[in-house]
Design a protein around this ligand. Structure first.
Ligand code: SF4
Length: 348
């Protein structure tokens, strides 16, 4: 049966006919409010509810196991019809909740430092599967008294390789009658897909954009982020400039710091060169360990605190704005780069 979570209000008007349009729009609102079945839609008639439940379901995914870290992070395994994906509830010091969702089951990019990348690629997620991750995370937040106000598409997968479904999901999530998350509170992180960045600039929605730079030295970057071979840094920078020009937004440059690999003076100089001419802030993400990941024959290691601080200092000396990602969710392997199907074996 078709699940309705992945459709906009106007699509539901068509799909749910002969239900009157104003009632189809009510169904859209009920789904966003988290109702689990048609029975809960109390402003529909009994007969209408029965008809709809014979033809449709509201959701296609389920809340599987959830692991809570001491720092308040919750990692949720979401069961899909044929696989699994992971979504994370992050809570900052002020108690603000952010949902981190996946856009693909697995990932075809294969970054050397990322658990998801080591798993291979299964398929793109559908819009409804992304919307439902937000619903699940919002429900977990509500159970814990955390309002989930922000969204980052930084979980499993490369969102710009699934742009069509991402766009559909974002429309539903941003709709004031739906989940009502403002465009400014949604960030998409990309490994640097030039065509996708340009398409997002041209066709919207103009979400906040983060580029996972990691190294501005092309040879090292291409080894760490293989998709870089098809998306050279010069072209990525041009695409980011175009996005910035089109949207007027500041770009975030993310750098996963790998001890002894991309934390030296040469790297800092290359990053400063890359950022020149962009309105950008660099977000440093000390690598979160993933067992078994090796690079050029050696085990990867996380940078020491001093290494990270020294690197941040070198960037700042060059006039760059630098922030540091707080480590959250490591206790449940729910931190950046650690997502996979850890809580129950491989996907079905
Ligand atoms: S870091 Fe992102 S793009 Fe790279 S393999 Fe992991 S999920 Fe894919």
């Amino acid at each position: 049966m078709r699940a309705l979570s992945g459709y906009s209000a106007e699509e539901l008007v068509r799909i749910l006919a002969p239900l009157p349009p104003y009632k189809a729009r009510e169904v859209f609102k009920w789904i966003a409010r988290g109702v689990r079945d048609f029975e809960g839609m109390t402003n529909l008639g009994k007969q209408e509810r029965e008809d709809l439940s014979r033809r449709f379901t509201l959701r296609s995914t389920g809340r599987d196991s959830a692991l809570a870290d001491r720092d308040g992070t919750v990692k949720l395994r979401v069961s899909l019809r044929d696989a699994a994906a992971e979504a994370v509830l992050l809570r900052d010091k002020e108690g603000r909740g952010t949902a981190c969702i996946s856009s693909q089951a697995g990932c075809p990019v294969g970054c050397a430092f990322c658990k998801t990348g080591s798993l291979g690629f299964l398929r793109n997620l559908e819009a409804g599967e992304m919307v439902e991750q937000v619903l699940h995370i919002r429900e977990i937040g509500a159970e814990q008294g955390t309002e989930v106000s922000h969204l980052v598409v930084m979980g499993m997968g490369e969102p710009l390789l699934n742009l069509g479904e991402l766009r559909r999901a974002a429309e539903i999530i941003m709709d004031p009658q739906g989940l009502g998350v403002s465009r400014r509170r949604i960030t998409v992180s990309t490994s640097g897909i030039c065509a996708g960045i340009r398409e997002l600039a041209d066709s919207g929605p103009h979400l906040r954009l983060a580029f996972s730079l990691t190294s501005a030295r092309e040879e090292l970057r291409n080894a760490l982020v293989p998709i870089g071979r098809d998306n050279p840094l010069k072209q990525v920078k041009e695409a980011l400039g175009y996005y910035q020009q089109t949207t007027g937004q500041r770009i975030t440059l993310e750098a996963v710091l790998l001890g002894g690999l991309n934390t030296g003076a040469e790297e800092a100089a290359a990053m400063r060169d890359f950022a020149r001419g962009l309105d950008a802030v660099v977000n440093l993400i000390p690598w979160n360990p993933v067992e078994g990941l090796r690079f050029r024959g050696r085990a990867l290691r996380e940078p020491s605190g001093a290494e990270t601080e020294a690197f941040a200092g070198l960037l700042r000396q060059g006039g760059l704005a630098v922030t540091r990602r707080f480590r959250r969710g490591r206790g449940v392997s729910g931190a950046c780069g650690q997502l996979g199907w850890t809580s129950g074996g491989p996907p079905r």
